[in-house]
Design a protein around this ligand. Structure first.
Ligand code: FE
Ligand code: CA
Length: 527
């Protein structure tokens, strides 16, 4: 026990990893049982939250990953309590040079998931890791530490992805991104889809029900994590994760559901969805362990002197959608200043005022060459022509919160943030946008939106509005895939990678388009 403690960085004062659950206080590791049954590592491994001296290592014990019995999540009795397994960290892929070995706790309260915060490692290098229990051994994963704050860094490669609907296709895009061996991967939301669609699918959500309870959300994540391509992507690089709506419910915002549930009823559902997200993601327990219906996932990651990433949460804290009026105003609807003056209310916020303040302060203090905001939904203004000719805006993305967007862009301008770039998902299409305060104003930042891994987009849904939105430099709606970025002090090169066919499990990949931002020059240019 003491030897093990010395391995771990105790984060958050006395509330360290081993005593974080109240039920464990005072109990040594010997009080937890060990697992000696069937192979419990069906869901693979993941790493995340890279720091300069460590990262989070994740796994979840699930010998029967799609168990439908709510008392047996993953096939393990809840009543069995916490289970100790062994973790090992090595400096080589064959795991010969082990630098750490210790005990990690799979917590019964979190479906026997492990969130191990590791510290004290060397900066800016890969480490390999695995978990073992009895005869069973997990696959070997690769994690990476970040460079020390301010340390020179010449290059970084990262991918960003969104919208992987299991029913709509195969996850070849995840496989091809894994093949690129990125230093890190951003998951920008709609990692799962909560609903079922029996009419248009190549494979089924296994339980055939809309997820709305803890057992059904758990099984949705488990099914996705059984996918070999997704499992491999998590094993090859650290993941940084935020969410969008489908982790909980289509188009929800804050405590408001799209179908006008009472907030306290909806918050119960949200709690279940957030908890299942925590259980399946390599999040820092010291930051993200859920507290009732709240769970903080926004966080900041620095990579030496090259880049700082603000990973933000655009769902949990937002103000109620503008003109949230039954029967049609619950989720996404289209409004403008005449139809819905509330949209312009300055007290409304996309991020919640505390997260806005956190973001602005971080951006103002950053000393890195590039400053990336990674988040769930389109930030650029996008006017859509309605029948009859008037222009309206979505209430569900940043267009529903124009004053919040303007505050952010003014802050970026005012604090002279170096090379600001926004990464987004949700649109099921690739976009390169100029972010501006108004059409005649200079470009403040560039937004890159990655298409979906599989989720579809109706043809001509966005195309017919492009004439009203000259700040959109590029848009392609009929390709699925991912985005890959090569970052150096001189330039940011973003490649949109499109897969050949989401209905083909062996789909190939090709570069659809490449955009470059030169250091100090706002605006992306086609390469
Ligand atoms: Fe989506
Ligand atoms: Ca979405």
């Amino acid at each position: 026990m003491l030897a093990r403690r010395s391995f771990l960085r105790m984060v958050g004062g006395s509330a360290g990893l081993l005593v974080a659950a109240p039920a464990l206080v005072g109990l040594g590791a010997g009080a937890h049982s060990r697992w000696a049954g069937r192979d419990p590592f069906s869901l693979g491994v993941a790493s995340g939250s890279p720091a300069s001296d460590g990262f989070v290592l994740w796994t979840r014990l699930a010998p029967d990953p799609l168990s439908a019995d709510p008392d047996l999540p993953g096939g393990i009795e809840m009543a069995r309590g916490d289970i100790d397994i062994i973790y090992e960290i090595a400096t080589d892929p064959a795991m010969r040079e082990i630098v750490r070995r210790g005990t990690a706790t799979a917590e019964a309260a979190f479906a026997h998931s492990v969130h191990l915060e590791v510290g004290g490692l060397a900066s800016n290098r890969p480490y390999w890791y695995r978990f073992t229990s009895g005869e069973a051994s997990s696959r070997i994963g690769c994690a990476r530490t970040a460079p020390a704050a301010g340390a020179p860094l010449d290059q970084l490669r990262f991918g960003f992805v969104s919208c992987s609907n299991y029913e709509e296709g195969y996850f070849s895009a995840y496989r091809h991104l894994a093949d690129e061996n990125p230093d890190l991967v951003f998951f920008l939301g709609d990692y799962i889809y909560e609903y079922v669609n029996p009419y248009d699918r190549v494979r089924a959500h296994s339980d055939e029900v809309e997820a709305r309870t803890l057992p059904t959300y758990r099984n949705r994540y488990a099914q996705y994590r059984l996918d070999a391509d997704l499992q491999r992507l998590h094993a090859v690089a650290p993941s940084l994760v935020t969410w969008d709506d489908h982790e909980i419910q289509n188009d929800y915002g804050g405590e408001w559901s799209e179908n006008f549930d009472e907030p306290d009823v909806f918050l119960e559902r949200r709690s279940a969805g957030y908890r299942a997200f925590y259980e399946h993601m390599p999040l820092r327990p010291s930051l993200s362990r859920p507290k009732g219906e709240r769970m903080r996932i926004y966080d900041r990651f620095a990579y030496g002197d090259l880049a700082e990433f603000s990973l933000i949460d655009g769902r949990q804290y937002r103000s109620r959608a503008a003109c949230y009026i039954p029967p049609d105003g619950g989720g996404f609807h289209m409004e403008n200043d005449e139809s819905c003056p509330e949209r312009r209310d300055r007290t409304r916020t996309m991020l919640g005022m505390p997260q806005e303040a956190w973001l602005y302060k971080g951006l103002a203090q950053s000393k890195t060459r590039w400053n990336v905001i990674a988040q769930n939904m389109m930030m650029a203004e996008f006017a859509e022509e309605q029948k009859g000719g008037d222009l309206r805006f979505s209430t569900d993305d940043w267009n529903g919160y124009p004053e919040s967007r303007a505050r952010l862009l003014r802050q970026i301008e005012k604090s002279r943030v170096a090379n600001p770039v926004v990464l987004s998902g949700d649109m099921h299409s690739f976009w390169t946008n100029d972010l501006k305060l108004d059409p005649a104003a200079p470009v403040i930042a560039t937004e890159f939106i990655t298409s979906s891994i599989t989720s579809g987009c109706a043809p001509d849904y966005y195309e017919r509005h492009l004439q009203h939105n000259p700040h959109v430099r590029f848009m392609e709606s009929q390709k699925r895939g991912y985005a890959s970025v090569d970052l150096t002090p001189e330039r940011m090169t973003t490649r949109y990678q499109a897969v050949s066919d989401v209905h083909d499990p062996n789909a190939t990949v090709a570069t659809l388009e490449t955009f470059v931002i030169e250091n100090g020059r706002a605006g992306a240019v086609g390469a």
